[in-house]
Design a protein around this ligand. Structure first.
Ligand code: FES
Length: 111
């Protein structure tokens, strides 16, 4: 079953990510303007939930050491993280957000 319902679009705040469990993965769902993104909800630097950080300019910040991850690519925009986080395909239908955790958009294997 590729796309699974993650949440209602209205549940995703503008400035934070929403933590959702989909299958075996913890996913952080976030929005930037009209676009919705899903990244694995674990910082690539240490086991910290990215959903606890702020979302700004299409990035999510890790609250622990301040690396920001681009929601489109999963890549960190600054140190100390150097590795990208997995990004998952998202589909928005009828006001609901669906995420496919069978594959990643950026080829990064989820942790
Ligand atoms: S744990 Fe996220 S930047 Fe260090």
């Amino acid at each position: 079953m590729p796309f699974e319902r993650a949440c209602a679009l209205a549940e995703v705040p503008d400035d934070q990510a929403l933590a959702v469990t989909i299958g075996a993965y913890e996913v952080a769902v976030a929005r930037h303007e009209d676009e919705v993104f899903a990244v694995e909800n674990i910082c690539s630097h240490a086991a910290v939930a990215l959903s606890e950080g702020d979302v700004e300019d299409c990035t999510v910040e890790c609250w622990l050491h301040g690396s920001r991850f681009d929601l489109r690519t999963g890549k960190p925009t600054g140190l100390p993280a150097t590795e990208p986080v997995a990004t998952f395909p998202v589909d928005v239908r009828d006001g609901d957000v669906y995420v496919d955790t069978d594959t990643t958009l950026n080829g990064v294997t989820p942790q």
